[in-house]
Design a protein around this ligand. Structure first.
Ligand code: HEC
Ligand code: HEC
Ligand code: HEC
Ligand code: HEC
Ligand code: HEC
Ligand code: HEC
Ligand code: HEC
Length: 450
């Protein structure tokens, strides 16, 4: 499979005009071989065909013609594919390094962004519903928020230290006390919409610190920030939290805010809290202007539309923040139950995906990124039944389904599929439950499969 971003990266792509609109069927012509990018022609994989092979021209003529076309396309594509043969499916670092837009990319200048309100002038539906998603609320700048409520109450005791959040005239601060002494650090940012929890970024000596303590929603308590260790006795300043390197801070902001790193460097002052339109679609001022300017009839070419990605590309796209299969594989620390938070990794490990790599299993097949998460298990049934049904001829799409066997039906139930096959697990460090996206048969007493 090839990286269809090449044909969709809008204004920055010089290739797009050549292949537009064949992007819809081209991926069928370039088949992936063992996850490498060996390019081979397979005319049966092309869907939909340019015209009916049995109509005006004979099947043989069609095959030859399409084979020639396929080779021609491959020749056009080959140099492009060869430049970056390892990128698909890839780590986020690889995707970001490639040409064109990818979420968390930080090289675009500040003045390339239009702001979500501008997008909302023309895309009112996406604008109003997206604002209610957890993603849009993934960060809060405390100094902006005059109306911010009282901080979570309570204390967190760890070793000799006692932590609490206090409200002050200019926002919140974290107070750490030990042996009659206390230090106080201003809270600059709250990260996380608070579905599971919220972590705090502090103003500390020499930069940003991630507070030692986070608040957890299910238990309404303060506790250790996941990944942190009890601070050693002796230094109140060190007990406050972990200093973030510039690189790590830039990574947090790239996933939880929009337009934080402009022109290559992190600029928290400019960051728009939360994941908004341009965090996913890329800077959109040029597109907005082109759309406003009636003389230019093609606003469509100036913005990234992830709808054109291949199924793996689409999962990797969400994986830019939710972590791709390869991101997790490259980071051995992210195995075990904690990997439940990395949905792209989990879903790509399920037989449903391994046997199909089908668009009916991408993140967007089940979640509309412009809408809040749907919590009703029954709503997901139709997604499963899109493949696991008795109409085998519909489910067996030879071009996408690698298995010759039709997906089986469930011997146990006909509804609420995800309640049994996508179980929820309690993750101790988050004091909360997460949904395992590795779709499978869960046997009683079975451990979480890594
Ligand atoms: C002045 C109106 C206007 C503004 C402002 C605007 N758009 Fe659009 N957008 C359009 C039009 C018109 C289209 C083409 C619609 C079509 O052909 O279906 C479009 C298409 C798109 C598409 C689909 C592109 C494709 O290739 O399929 C995306 C994604 C998009 N806009 C996102 C955005 C984002 C993000 C913003 C804000 C940065 C934005 N738009 C601002 C008018 C606008
Ligand atoms: C720029 C980073 C980024 C990208 C890209 C991204 N996400 Fe997210 N997503 C987040 C963050 C951060 C959260 C956590 C929000 C919170 O609770 O603070 C999140 C949370 C979610 C949630 C949980 C929402 C809820 O209401 O509980 C869903 C579902 C989700 N994302 C789906 C997607 C899908 C689908 C895609 C790809 C189309 C995607 N995300 C791409 C950053 C991103
Ligand atoms: C690679 C992208 C990425 C980076 C880097 C990242 N996050 Fe997240 N974060 C996410 C996504 C995606 C989610 C939602 C899924 C989940 O809960 O794991 C999330 C969830 C969270 C949550 C739970 C939100 C909720 O609603 O319960 C908190 C708190 C959080 N992140 C804080 C941080 C902090 C603080 C940093 C930096 C020190 C950071 N994150 C770095 C992507 C990222
Ligand atoms: C978390 C990532 C994410 C965010 C945030 C996001 N989008 Fe999208 N958007 C997508 C994806 C993925 C698609 C392709 C959906 C699909 O596969 O059909 C898309 C598609 C679109 C389209 C094209 C719809 C079509 O019919 O082709 C428009 C227009 C659009 N988004 C506008 C917006 C606007 C406006 C905002 C901000 C209010 C926004 N998006 C925020 C991920 C996102
Ligand atoms: C087959 C359907 C399906 C697919 C595909 C899917 N999800 Fe989910 N997702 C769910 C269900 C079901 C839930 C749980 C909803 C609830 O809380 O009841 C969920 C919950 C989530 C949550 C909330 C946190 C949690 O663990 O409960 C996030 C974040 C999320 N999905 C992200 C993604 C991403 C990213 C992808 C793509 C890799 C994806 N999902 C693909 C069905 C799906
Ligand atoms: C794109 C098509 C597709 C979708 C969508 C899909 N599956 Fe599957 N599923 C398959 C295929 C193919 C297999 C493997 C059959 C085989 O191994 O012969 C499979 C296997 C399974 C298995 C058996 C796994 C095992 O380890 O033996 C279960 C359980 C399952 N699917 C449940 C679901 C549920 C629940 C959903 C919705 C959340 C779903 N599937 C969505 C195609 C799909
Ligand atoms: C009450 C829990 C439950 C619900 C709800 C449920 N299943 Fe199952 N499913 C099971 C169990 C248990 C098995 C294993 C049966 C066995 O092998 O003994 C199974 C097996 C399967 C298999 C593998 C069948 C095979 O022959 O290998 C598939 C596919 C499947 N389920 C899909 C679904 C789909 C789709 C739905 C929703 C329409 C669903 N399940 C709802 C419990 C459930």
């Amino acid at each position: 499979m090839t990286n269809s971003r090449r044909w969709t990266d809008g204004a920055t792509s010089v290739h797009k005009p050549w292949f537009w609109p064949p992007v819809m069927w081209l991926p069928g012509c370039i088949k992936k071989n063992n996850r490498a990018t060996a390019v081979a022609c397979n005319t049966t994989g092309a869907e939909p065909p340019l015209r009916n092979p049995n109509n005006s021209i004979g099947a043989t003529t069609w095959s030859i013609a399409s084979a020639i076309l396929c080779i021609a396309m491959a020749l056009l594509v080959l140099p492009v594919v060869a430049q970056k043969s390892s990128e698909f499916p890839g780590s986020t670092e690889d995707h970001v390094a490639a040409k064109g837009w990818w979420p968390t990319k930080a090289t675009k200048p500040d003045n390339a962004y239009a702001g979500a309100a501008t997008c909302g002038k023309c895309h009112a539906e996406e604008y109003s519903s997206q604002a209610n998603t957890a993603m849009a609320k993934a960060a809060l700048r405390l100094s902006d928020s005059k109306q911010v409520a009282e901080p979570p109450s309570g204390r967190f005791e760890s070793g000799p230290y006692s932590y609490r959040l206090v409200a002050s005239s200019d926002g919140w601060s974290l107070e750490v006390a030990s042996g009659g002494h206390a230090v106080s650090s201003r809270v600059l940012w709250a990260f996380g919409a608070g579905l599971h929890g919220t972590s705090y970024l502090l103003d500390g000596p020499g930069g940003l610190y991630e507070a030692q303590m986070s608040s957890f929603s299910a238990t309404h308590t303060l506790d250790m920030t996941p990944g942190h260790k009890t601070a050693l006795e002796g230094s109140l300043e060190k007990a406050v939290g972990n200093r973030l390197s510039t690189r790590d801070a830039a990574r947090c902001f790239a996933c939880h805010t929009t337009a934080s790193s402009v022109g290559g460097g992190l600029n928290p002052e400019k960051a728009v809290p939360g994941v908004h339109c341009e965090a996913c679609h890329g800077p959109g001022l040029e597109h907005s202007k082109a759309a406003e300017d009636h003389a230019n009839a093609k606003p469509i070419k100036t913005i990234f539309n992830p709808a054109y990605l291949t199924p793996s590309g689409s999962i990797d796209f969400c994986g830019a923040c939710h972590r791709t299969l390869i991101d997790v594989a490259l980071n051995p620390g992210s195995s075990g139950l904690s990997s439940i938070r990395f949905q792209p990794y989990r879903i790509e490990k399920s037989r449903c995906w391994e046997r199909t790599e089908d668009a009916r299993l991408t993140c967007t097949a089940c979640h509309d990124p412009h809408e809040p998460l749907v919590r009703d298990a029954a709503v997901y049934d139709q997604k499963c039944l899109g493949c696991h049904n008795s109409r085998h001829e519909e489910t067996l799409r030879p071009s996408t389904l690698r298995s010759a066997v039709a997906p089986p039906m469930c011997p146990k139930a006909t509804a609420n599929c995800v309640s049994c096959h996508m179980p929820k697990y309690y993750l101790p460090e988050m004091h909360s439950q997460f949904t395992d996206h590795m779709i499978r048969i869960v046997r009683p007493g079975q451990m979480y499969p890594n």
